[in-house]
Design a protein around this ligand. Structure first.
Ligand code: C5P
Length: 286
């Protein structure tokens, strides 16, 4: 038996534009994504043959073939001629249905481990496999900071933020990505993120400008469907932050700070209300 461990980092959308609705109902996107220090740990033990098992600790996860980590393994081995025994263990910290890419991060960790072990696929093939697991999985495979386009499969490098601190707050409501995409189709107008200006600010390392440019097209519709999200965002914005937005299709929201202490101070009010809060850094290894 050979065992591997991978960190599966949460992602934040610093910007998100929903562009075109395609004939199959999917949408093209343009989003700057950034991994942060909040992460799950994925352990994978591989035996030559045997059954597959999945176990978890921390936050609850599905312990069967519906888990995206399991699906990733299915996708990896499809048509490969390999069918080893697998033991997947996930230490879950990233809340689900939050827009933090938690399930996608676990799936990406499984893909990375399996390709390290078997080396069956090149980068382009891995992106293609990752897309079969979900639109955020190609980004989670790469990590860091990326401009993500298409349905999530076109990635280009953006300089990661240095020493930025985030407060991530998860409202009690959970958002369905599919429902939010349906709702946004009905919106006459969406707030547009200035992706180019955001990328330029990241290149300059201008954190204040980054804070002012945070923008997510889902935010108005999510705030209308879930007033609790609007409340959390108002409270985040009244802290000493450089900016605050919804991440992905929600329901988690986050604010950006120049230092960790400010994020910790701002967390108190949410902790008192019993909301899940995470102080995270732009540096994955913190
Ligand atoms: O790819 P993922 O499983 O995250 O997508 C969940 C749902 O969100 C899809 O079934 C689809 O309805 C919607 N979606 C979309 N366009 C995308 C990504 C997701 O319409 N680019």
């Amino acid at each position: 038996m050979i065992s591997y461990r991978e960190a599966a980092s949460a992602k934040l959308n610093l910007s998100l534009n929903v562009l075109e609705r395609l004939p199959d109902g999917y949408h093209t996107l343009e989003s700057v994504m950034h991994t942060v220090s909040l992460h799950d740990d994925v352990d994978l033990a591989i035996t030559e043959e045997g059954d597959w098992q999945i176990r978890g600790e921390g936050l609850p996860i599905p312990l069967n073939e519906t888990n995206l980590a399991w699906k990733a393994a299915e996708i990896y081995f499809r048509d490969s001629g390999f069918r080893p025994g697998l033991r997947i263990h996930i230490h879950k910290r990233i809340p689900s249905q939050a827009g933090l890419g938690g399930g996608s991060a676990d799936a990406a960790a499984v893909f990375r481990i399996l390709n390290r072990h078997y080396g069956l696929y090149d980068e382009a093939q891995m992106i293609e496999k990752a897309m079969q697991a979900g639109s955020d999985v190609p980004f989670c495979l790469a990590g860091g900071a990326k401009l993500v386009r298409g349905r999530g499969e076109i990635l280009s490098d953006v300089p990661p933020l240095q020493q930025a601190s985030f407060l991530i707050v998860k409202p009690f409501c959970a958002c369905s990505t599919a429902a939010l995409f349906r709702a946004i189709d009905e919106e006459p107008e969406r707030p547009a993120a200035d992706t180019q200006a955001l990328c330029d600010a990241m290149k300059r390392g201008a954190l204040r400008d980054v804070g002012a440019l945070l923008r997510n097209a889902f935010e108005p519709v999510a705030c209308r469907l879930y007033p609790e999200i609007a409340e959390v965002l108002d409270q985040l914005r009244s802290s000493n932050c450089l900016g605050a937005i919804l991440t992905g299709s929600g329901s988690a929201c986050y604010s950006l700070y120049e230092n960790a202490l400010e994020a910790q101070m701002a967390a108190k009010i949410f902790q008192e209300k019993g909301l899940q809060c995470f102080c995270a850094s732009s540096n994955e290894t913190d």
